[in-house]
Design a protein around this ligand. Sequence first.
Ligand SMILES: Nc1ncnc2c1ncn2[C@@H]1O[C@H](COP(=O)(O)OP(=O)(O)OP(=O)(O)O)[C@@H](O)[C@H]1O
Length: 233
Amino acid sequence: MYEISGLTKIYDGKGKNEKVHALQGVDVVIPDNDMLAIQGPTGHGKSTLLQLLGGLDRPTGGSLKFDGQEMAKMGEMSLTKLRAQNFGYIFQGFNLIPTLTAQENVETALVPLGVSKVERRERAAKALTDVGLGERLGHLQTELSGGQQQRVAIARALVKEPKVILADEPTGNLDEETRDDIFGLLEKLWADLGLTVIMVTHDSALSKRVPRLAQIKNGKLTIKRESKTANAA
Ligand SMILES: Nc1ncnc2c1ncn2[C@@H]1O[C@H](COP(=O)(O)OP(=O)(O)OP(=O)(O)O)[C@@H](O)[C@H]1O
């Protein structure tokens, strides 16, 4: 569960003394097993929030607690461990390594966890099978469709058995049919594995389907639609 209050992020801008106030006091609780979509105009702080939630960057101010641990104050080693054990990331551009097979790409997520080579192979094969790519383990990125590449990226996020999946425009590069397919897969994994899924999306069809919807405007977050789970928490 995330407990977030007064969260701010200020970047250094291009000019001297110029500051970009990307997040300007975000308050939100994200309970376990929530599925939250974040919408908002371009440049208003969506990706910034996702980066902070995933421990990929540090807030400038406020409190960002994950399972009671203050991420803003955590040392680099603890944060790396928290990231490796809890967060799976999915990006719009898939971020696969083109010279590696689907299986090898998924295995890379387990290297920081010190998992043995044999176990890495087994877990990667299982994760790819879970996303419907059991027959494509040895394929390179160029030998896979866009939807299949996103499935590899989802398997790579899942193989660590994270608590949280953070997705930045997970269906952004895909046609309508493939988009429905990938979102259906995320919904199934969310329900079956009890994951928390937090995604940034411009896709209004997708926003309609998620249980809980938030909007970020000018670095501030408002909840637009509550799910029953969130109300109960
Ligand atoms: N590393 C950085 N250094 C400086 N400014 C940044 C950096 N990252 C983001 N910004 C700025 O912070 C603001 C918020 O950016 P962010 O990427 O969070 O927006 P977004 O809502 O995700 O936009 P989009 O929908 O276009 O992806 C923008 O003004 C952006 O230019």
